[in-house]
Design a protein around this ligand. Structure first.
Ligand SMILES: Nc1ncnc2c1ncn2[C@@H]1O[C@H](COP(=O)(O)OP(=O)(O)OP(=O)(O)O)[C@@H](O)[C@H]1O
Ligand SMILES: [Mg+2]
Length: 570
């Protein structure tokens, strides 16, 4: 995505969701025009102040005469004050719109980024980039992107004001305007390096923010490990170093911004002082150069240069935030994720075949190569094999959470690529060894935003053999679970995860070591219950456990691809 297209997309997103933002340029143009007129009304005032007669050709004097008002000092002061008050009020109004809707854009960007990360980002990619990266993307970077929208609006009003002031200076004194223009051209050449430096600092700042978030999150998620190994100082030091580097970069960016804002005006006064000290003023005095001219120019330039400085300042912030906007827009753009075919699968999945399946993660050699096997409904399987052989990876592929790379996955003897992925995913449920628990009630943790009835949820909990435990709780299904389910045992969390899958009636159920935290008798009870409930479906366990391998129909070793039929005692 090139530099302009992501800005265009960002603005399109902001305006599409908040059309009222379009009012801002109109209000700000009216506001800057008011300021300009106010400043122009000071010119006849300064003429009167130096004891000279009023110039009847002065545009403000002309307007006052036209509406039959005497251009007296009192009247001119009134005009100045009224226009400036109008300028301030409209400025506040415009800024309010820009800030209010800028914040809305922040909420919209962050929510959309989060939505797309959750729905469309590949799981391997998320794992590779670290959670901190994505927290920053939906947080800090979305904030900076929304700031770009505000900054672009500010830039519109500042540039309009700057251009109008320049035109005014040119109208009063073309020589001064040309000198100012040349000065700005020379300065902007020097600015090029500063722009690049600011952009670099912006990128560094984002990386540092991401690394700080990652340390923070890892430490809190693994607090038990951190404390049991006395690694508190290790993580605190890492976080402290990360925050120090982050704030150092922030300081550098802010310093550049301050310098940029004040340097032009400092140059102006230096030039004026040189002009006076070297006697150049005396030399040209009388040839159109007098104190009224000097005061008028100072008035205009004193507003013009801060406006230029302010414009540069906003531009600098825009440049330092550019990387953030690019990252956020890239995520927002990746809306639909990967699509397979269009056909919605309505038939029951009775056969799931892997055909010459090959897979490797980006970083390593192939996890497995040319795998072939056919899973059929009405049968249960135990997938075994040494640690790291690729059992969980195969499950991710079977659950359509990871893309097929080499070979194919056949659904009822047809390539899975013909079907709409969402409809396939509804028919295959994966239960992980460590089921994620949300900080909510047991009911909501199983229901997960759907509309299942209490009876159905209770039935699913019976199949998962967790109903008795829940019934024994004071609040029953309304019992509130803590962060990461810390008020449950590992085995209880596993069975909550199992109940979620049972509730959704999949045709294929993939169970990744879901009995690892259970005692021998509960293990047998859970496995028998699952096998009875899903007897006409495809049930695949990943396990290292003899209790499970004895109860299933087929034991498949992923390392050798040997399948062994288990004779069930009837
Ligand atoms: N997200 C990932 N990125 C890169 N490599 C990965 C990723 N996940 C797993 N691997 C690698 O792929 C291989 C297979 O991992 P997988 O988790 O599928 O093994 P497993 O058979 O389930 O092992 P275990 O029995 O220990 O759970 C391992 O070598 C592992 O290091
Ligand atoms: Mg595994």
């Amino acid at each position: 995505m090139n530099k302009i297209s992501y800005l265009r997309k960002l603005l399109y997103f902001a305006y599409k969701h908040n059309p009222i933002l379009a009012v801002f340029p109109i209000i700000s143009t009216i506001s800057v025009l008011a300021e300009l007129l106010a400043m122009m009304s000071l010119v006849p005032l300064s003429v009167i102040g130096t004891g000279q007669g009023i110039n009847p050709q002065d545009p403000i004097v002309k307007v006052l005469n036209l509406i039959h008002l005497e251009p007296s000092p009192k009247c001119l002061v009134m005009v100045f004050c009224s226009l400036f008050i109008f300028r301030i009020v409209t400025n506040i109004l415009g800024q309010n719109i820009s800030l209010k809707y800028g914040k809305k854009v922040l909420a919209q960007l962050a929510s959309r980024a989060f939505c797309n990360i959750v729905k469309h980002c590949k799981i391997e990619e998320i794992e590779q980039k670290s959670i901190g990266h994505f927290i920053s993307l939906a947080g800090d970077e979305s904030f900076r992107s929304s700031m770009i929208v505000i900054e672009l609006h500010q830039l519109i009003s500042i540039s309009t004001l700057g251009i109008l002031y320049f035109a005014l200076i040119f109208w009063y004194s073309p020589v001064t305007a040309i000198s100012v223009f040349l000065f700005l051209i020379c300065s902007s050449m020097l600015m090029g390096t500063t722009f690049r430096r600011t952009h670099q600092l912006g990128i560094t700042q984002i990386q540092q923010s991401k690394s700080a978030s990652t340390i923070f999150l890892d430490a809190l998620n693994g607090l038990r490990t951190v404390r049991s190994f006395f690694a508190e100082d290790f993580v605190v030091d890492a976080y402290q170093n990360s925050m120090q580097s982050y704030t150092k970069t922030l300081y550098k960016i802010d310093l550049i911004n301050i310098l940029i804002k004040f340097i032009p005006i400092a140059f102006l006064f230096s030039a004026l002082a040189i002009f006076m000290v070297t006697g150049l003023f005396d030399k040209y005095a009388g040839q159109g150069l007098n104190f009224v001219f000097i005061i008028t120019m100072i008035l205009f330039l004193m507003r013009f240069f801060p406006v230029v400085g302010q414009g540069l300042n906003v531009l600098m912030r825009l440049i330092s935030d550019a990387k953030a906007a690019r990252d956020v827009i890239e995520i927002i753009d990746s809306q639909q994720g990967k699509r397979l075919g269009d056909r919605v699968i309505s038939d029951k999945i009775t056969s799931l075949s892997i055909q010459d399946l090959t897979f490797s993660y980006k970083t390593g050699s192939p996890v497995f190569k040319d795998l072939n096997f056919n899973f059929e409904s009405g049968k249960s399987y135990a997938l075994v094999g040494p640690s790291g052989v690729g059992k969980s990876t195969l499950f991710n592929i079977l659950a359509f959470l990871t893309d097929v790379q080499g070979g194919d996955l056949l659904i009822n003897h047809e390539s899975h690529k013909k079907f709409e992925i969402e409809s396939l995913r509804k028919k295959v449920m994966l239960v992980e060894q460590e089921s994620i628990i949300f900080n909510d009630t047991i009911f909501n943790n199983i229901n997960l935003g759907e509309n299942y009835s209490s009876e159905k949820i209770k039935k699913a909990c019976q199949v998962a053999c967790i109903d008795e435990f829940i019934d024994g709780l004071t609040d029953g299904y309304e019992f509130k679970l803590n962060y990461q389910g810390q008020n449950l045992s590992g085995g209880q969390r596993q069975r909550i995860g199992l109940a979620r899958a049972v509730l959704r009636h999949p045709d294929v159920i993939l169970l990744d070591e879901i009995t690892s935290a259970l005692d021998e008798s509960t293990k047998r009870k859970v496995v028998e219950s699952v096998l009875a409930h899903f007897r006409d479906k495809i049930v695949i366990f990943i396990t290292h456990d003899r209790v499970v391998t004895e109860l299933v129909d087929v034991k498949l070793n992923l390392a050798t691809m040997e399948a062994q039929e288990i004779k069930q005692a009837s």
